[in-house]
Design a protein around this ligand. Sequence first.
Ligand SMILES: Cc1cc2nc3c(=O)[nH]c(=O)nc-3n(C[C@H](O)[C@H](O)[C@H](O)COP(=O)(O)OP(=O)(O)OC[C@H]3O[C@@H](n4cnc5c(N)ncnc54)[C@H](O)[C@@H]3O)c2cc1C
Length: 833
Amino acid sequence: MKSHAKVVVIGGGVVGASVLYHLAKAGWTDALLIERAELTAGSTWHAAGGMHTVNGDPNVAKLQQYTIELYKEIEALSGQSCGVHLTGGIMLAGTPERLDWLKMARARGRYLGMDLELISTAEAKTLFPLMDERYFVGALYDPIEGHVDPYGVTHAYAKSAQIKGAAIERHCRVTDLRPRPDGTWDVVTEHGNVHAEHVVNAGGLWAREVGRMVGLELPVLAMEHHYLITEDMPELAGLKEQIHCIDFEGEIYMRQERGGMLMGTYERNGKPWSERETPWDFGQNLLPDDLDSISDSLEVGFAHFPAIGRAGLKKVVNGPFTFSPDGNPLIGPVRGLENFWVACAVMAGFSQGGGVGLALANWMVEGDPGFDVWGMDVARYGDWTTMAYTNAKVRENYSRRFRIRFPNEELPAARPLRTTAVYDALKAEGAVFGEYCGLEYPLWFAPKGVAPAESVTFRRSEAHDHVGAECRAVREAVGLIEISNYGKFEVTGPNAAGFLSHVMANRMPAVGRMVLSPMLNHRGKLIGDFTVARLADDRFFVVGTLAAESYYMRWFERHMPAGGAAGGGTAAGGTAAGGTAAGGTAAGGTAAGGVTVRPCASEYVGFSVAGPSSRALLQDLVTEDLSTPAFPFMSFRPMAVGMVQALVGRVSFTGDLGYEVWCRADDQRALYAALAGAGEPLGLRRVGGRALNALRLEKGFGTWAREYRPLYGPEEAGLGRFVDWRKHDFVGRDASARARSDGSPLRLVSFAVDADGADAIGDEPIWHDGRVAGWVTSGGYGHSVGRSLALGYVPRDLATAGSGFEIEIIGARRPATRLDAPAFDPEGTRMRG
Ligand SMILES: Cc1cc2nc3c(=O)[nH]c(=O)nc-3n(C[C@H](O)[C@H](O)[C@H](O)COP(=O)(O)OP(=O)(O)OC[C@H]3O[C@@H](n4cnc5c(N)ncnc54)[C@H](O)[C@@H]3O)c2cc1C
């Protein structure tokens, strides 16, 4: 075995092999894959090999398209067949809600260039004669579906990688990973050490164990998964190969396997496997069958597909494979661990493996994944994930794999986990909570006498009117909104301003002021939107997205100035076992070159008070003059609010007159009592996240992961005015300046939609003159303006088009009017006045 390699990839499953191929293809040919046993010896060898393009996240769907297209390339290069059967497939709807879901999936497919077709049950029956059409109401046909040979695919990647110069070492377990001070690694194996510049954890079933070698507890868990293969079926004799079929009601998927059928289940009471530790001696074994645990699904399946029920059983497969809490892969560099990368929790290796390999290789070789991989980024999980949290969420996710997630549906597992000090008080006021990064926050408030619950639906729910009342309270009097669910950072030190000015695109504010600032990557795309407040020359309070806290910290650490070790905490989509990994400064912060960055989301919590009476409310509690001349829009100052030392900013995401008040977590009850007490005579109403979302749509304000993603540049997202072009050295300047002079292709626009009981929620196609021209990023009902609203991207030349727009909501194209100005307060006088 080589004793040195630029990169060692640990794990020879389909994912590790794909990563190796893409690295070699990108020019990193000094790459070594180390496999404990034979290639495919983890979960890969017994996979059913199914592949499809449909995914709830359009960005993951794109990578799935890429994966399927890649099979031709690696077959041609390696001479190894991938055993591709591109049969096409149908998804069957047994209920009207599921048919709605299929209509929405088809609509999403339109702007992704997918050729999905809604078909009747009679048409479905022609395509898949085994079904009993009485159980179904419609279907979605996807021509790009099928299955592959897991062995063939993995070996085709591996051989292609070797042809490009990469090496593979089998029967060699990596037993330890030791960092060197220069950021390189000693990879300790059963057969000697390899010194590597980079390490990739593609350990699949053992990804947790490999993570633990460097002190990481990755949020990954394996679940048992069954499929059956029948004896040859006379019903299939003489027919061409059956297409793939998903029956959501039975929670089963099917495809032909030789002369019989393969049927797999995602049963409701799925079982985790090896909850704490994966045994190293687990080889190419299967787990004992437990047909009882899947009997409910089988019963439905045999009723819906009677011929399969009649067929003899040839084989039962029960094997484990891994999931993250939300079911999407975990990829990318790990914060605080230099040159350590992960590519694991890939639950659909044959749909996603190629895309994962490409994105990770781009990231390693070019410094950027080249796509929007936020939905798969390991950094979306912070240090609040524990093994028990992962266990609860993975079970829930597995059991819901084929169930609909409604846009207003909150899932119950692992809750409540994180709560703020006012949780019980808000609950007593009727709060219905949502969960975000494990943190409970109020979605809406049920008035007295109304049950704090709602039915799940794609349409407006029972909560609609209550949310409307909250919105109107903000516009007419004053609302109290808990805003603890933001990411916060303290940036301090003599070089704090210089550092922030380098990573943020806007100029830095004067002391006592705030600015809004995009953060850009080197491609000039948005990787964050922040409020940056300056408390002193050398002290800033920065507010951004909670879910992206680790993601931001990883970026900040990468751009710390020279002149001192960047410590770096260990929380990076995983928690440090005992907090010992990779050093790190207090509380997960990092310090170097005269600047310290400290994440402090849980330390600072807060409320927004917003609406025309918000000034009167707050003025009652502070001694400072809050009049606009004395404390204008975008001011930020420490002040005592009642008995509480707080940081107060004159800004509101509602787009109304408003203030954000931040305090330390242990002061929050006192702050709440003070604000609620002072607000009572002014008609204060408690307001939840649903209303806040509706209010920001009325102003056309974007938000991270919807309007602001690494897909878009600041000009496209309407944030161009928050870029300080006079600065010469901020990250992403050259690329965004080029995009600006070229005009950049997209524009974010607002629409009023002629909706009918269902509003856009995001990911709907925007039609113009009968053609799909763009996509919706967010939508909802603007209660205070009395219109259904949507935000979305269209090509630049359509951004000023006066007419011809439609937005497809649950299969119906609804006329939409492009808005030239925000639906509420277009002049911004309320916000600034
Ligand atoms: C019953 C079943 C059916 C499935 N059906 C499908 C399907 O139809 N379609 C689909 O897309 N997916 C399916 N899957 C899921 C699919 O198998 C996984 O997505 C895929 O195998 C993940 O591949 P991987 O490379 O991440 O992990 P693995 O296959 O587990 O590979 C990890 C590899 O790393 C090696 N390794 C780990 N630690 C070390 C170490 N310390 N040193 C050296 N080597 C190490 C292991 O030996 C192993 O070979 C199914 C899974 C099961 C169990």
